[in-house]
Design a protein around this ligand. Structure first.
Ligand code: FES
Ligand SMILES: [Fe+2]
Length: 564
């Protein structure tokens, strides 16, 4: 049963730990082990402090052969899990700062990806509509495009057929189309158009199919992090942060020794020899808490988007698998796709979960009739019950608890990004990385420096000069992080809005009816109908408020009531 639960928890993660970190069954912290771990950590720090910062970084990343550069425009990028896309409408997307539109051609059921810019007067094609013949029509003046090659097939304001034919034959009327493919449940794009893009992409595999460890079962979760590519990837290569950032704290604000597995200093963390190259690298590391201290893990980075982790226990048995994908959408924003598979009970991420208390049980008994009524409503009165259920599983508890982990990561990553922007210094000067636990961050930064130009290469015209500072509300926003990208969540949110309106309307009619029954009932000494109608009106108002709470879960992590 735990295995099934673990799988469900993992696949329901719409925003999940960027670490692949495992947190085990809470156990009482062993003071002796903790002290010796602290001493070991201190010694290790002292030993490493003796080396220069630059040398420390070099230790973890062997020098690369000169001239081996990663080309940011010659790689497949994940755009969306296919299940997140709207199959009936154009989907607005972005990668490397390029604005894209993807739609499903109804004639052949193939996804098409075009630049989100109409060649006529540059209106967004994502405002348009998919036609029955498989073309995408621009909403501004009705030009229509073949999604396969971007060619213009219709210009409605042409004076005659010959003029239309001439204009459609001009390369200037052609929309820009990009190579795309569906693999491992994801729509991928190759961000170079034309013959060059077609040729280069044809023989290139997507990162997930390159993974020697194979693909993972279950559904992808996906969020768009409000932080840049580098801080997002650093967080991924820094697994031990989970022991503090995602730990539980007691009322005094101290690490709760009973609720956390207890950290253990990492002694093993290095780049596998000979793996650092333009297309990525492999890091290997041990455990970092008392539950996973015996594991040996490998993280395979396939540039620029994939980190595939495999954790083995001390006996060499599978412990935890994680597949995480990243795609830089624009400066300061990054897509993150997640899939986790826990092979053992102690590998289940416990942070964010909480024990079911007797009060919870009583509460669930009291709310059981309302829950059944809600389920009945979803099954019988919504446009697409299956899709609404998927959306509810992403956006409301327990699935939405994954947002809490994401919030913790985002607040830390955003802080790092803003401070690095302020300091405006090379990472080796801004960061002090004296412990083996920092080797993953060094490895990633070294790969960026040696092979990828030190930063993301954005599409022409995209300037990375905007401040990365975002308000807390923007950092904790859920709508732009996930909901607007997910057709299931958008459908669920829309249906909840309808339900709220219906609850409010029902309460108005019931109140009016109750008043009428009270007046007429008084004449016949009949009070019961009026009382029942008034009670139902009150229940409808309570229901409307509950539905408002549910909608808020899809919009923000900032509490709806009280201090934001
Ligand atoms: S801008 Fe697209 S048809 Fe005019
Ligand atoms: Fe969703």
């Amino acid at each position: 049963r735990w295995r099934r639960r673990a799988m469900t928890a993992a696949t329901a993660m719409s925003s999940a730990i960027a670490t692949g970190a495992a947190r085990g069954t809470p156990r009482k912290m062993d003071k002796r082990t903790t002290r010796s771990a602290t001493v070991r950590r201190h010694r290790s720090a002292v030993r490493l402090e003796a080396t220069s910062e630059a040398a420390t970084a070099e230790t973890y990343a062997p020098a690369a052969a000169a001239g081996e550069s990663f080309d940011w425009f010659s790689a497949w990028y994940p755009l969306r899990p296919v299940s997140f896309l709207d199959a009936n409408e154009p989907n607005e997307l972005r990668v490397l700062g390029k604005k894209l539109v993807a739609y499903l051609d109804p004639t052949c059921k193939e996804w098409r990806v075009l630049e989100d810019s109409c060649p006529h007067r540059r209106a967004p094609l994502s405002l348009g509509y998919v036609q029955k013949d498989g073309t995408l029509a621009c909403r501004y003046h009705g030009w229509a495009f073949d999604g396969e090659d971007g060619s213009c097939v219709s210009i409605p304001m042409s004076v005659d057929e010959a003029a239309e034919k001439t204009a459609c034959a001009s390369p200037r009327s052609c929309a820009t189309s990009y190579p795309s493919r569906v693999e491992d449940g994801i729509l991928w794009v190759w961000p170079t158009a034309g013959a060059d893009g077609l040729l280069a992409s044809a023989g290139a595999p997507c990162a997930t199919s390159l993974a020697r460890e194979g693909t993972l079962p279950g559904e992808w979760g996906m969020v768009e992090l409000p932080v840049g590519y580098a801080p997002a990837l650093e967080n991924q290569f820094d697994p031990s942060h989970a022991e503090w950032l995602h730990a539980r704290y007691d009322a005094e604000g101290q690490l709760d020794e009973r609720a956390n597995a207890g950290f253990v200093a990492m002694t093993e963390f290095s780049v596998r020899e000979g793996t650092m190259q333009k297309d990525g690298f492999v890091v290997e590391h041990g455990g970092y808490n008392k539950s996973n201290v015996g594991v040996s893990a490998s993280r395979v980075f396939t540039a620029p988007c994939s980190s595939r982790s495999e954790y083995l226990d001390a006996k060499g048995k599978k412990y935890l698998s994680a597949a995480i994908l990243y795609a830089p959408t624009e400066p300061g924003r990054t897509l993150m796709f997640t899939k986790f598979q826990a092979h053992q009970a102690s590998a289940v991420q416990g942070a964010g979960a909480r024990k079911v208390s007797p009060a919870d049980r009583i509460n669930s008994l009291v709310t059981a009739p309302a829950t059944s009524l809600f389920d009945f409503y979803v099954d019988n009165f919504t446009s697409d019950p299956k899709l609404v259920r998927v959306g509810l599983s992403h956006g409301t508890p327990p699935g939405s608890s994954a947002y809490n982990l994401g919030d913790q990561d985002i607040l830390a990553m955003h802080g790092v990004e803003v401070e690095m922007e302020l300091q405006n210094k090379p990472w080796k000067q801004s960061y002090y990385l004296p412990t083996p636990a920092d080797a993953g961050v060094s490895a990633f930064r070294n790969w960026m420096d040696k092979h990828a130009g030190g930063k993301v290469a954005w599409a022409p015209g995209v300037v990375d000069d905007a401040s990365k500072v975002k308000s807390e509300a923007e950092q904790l926003d859920r709508y732009h992080r996930h909901t607007k990208h997910c057709v299931a969540c958008k459908t669920a949110l829309s249906e909840l809005g309808v339900l709220e309106e219906r609850c409010v309307a029902a309460s108005k009619y019931l109140l009016a009816g109750g008043l009428f029954l009270a007046v007429t009932g008084a004449a016949f000494d009949q009070e019961a109908p009026a009382i029942i109608a008034t009670c139902l009106a009150g229940a409808s108002l309570v229901g409307a408020e509950k539905v408002r709470d549910m909608q808020h879960e899809f919009l923000s992590s900032v509490p709806r009531r009280g201090v934001p």
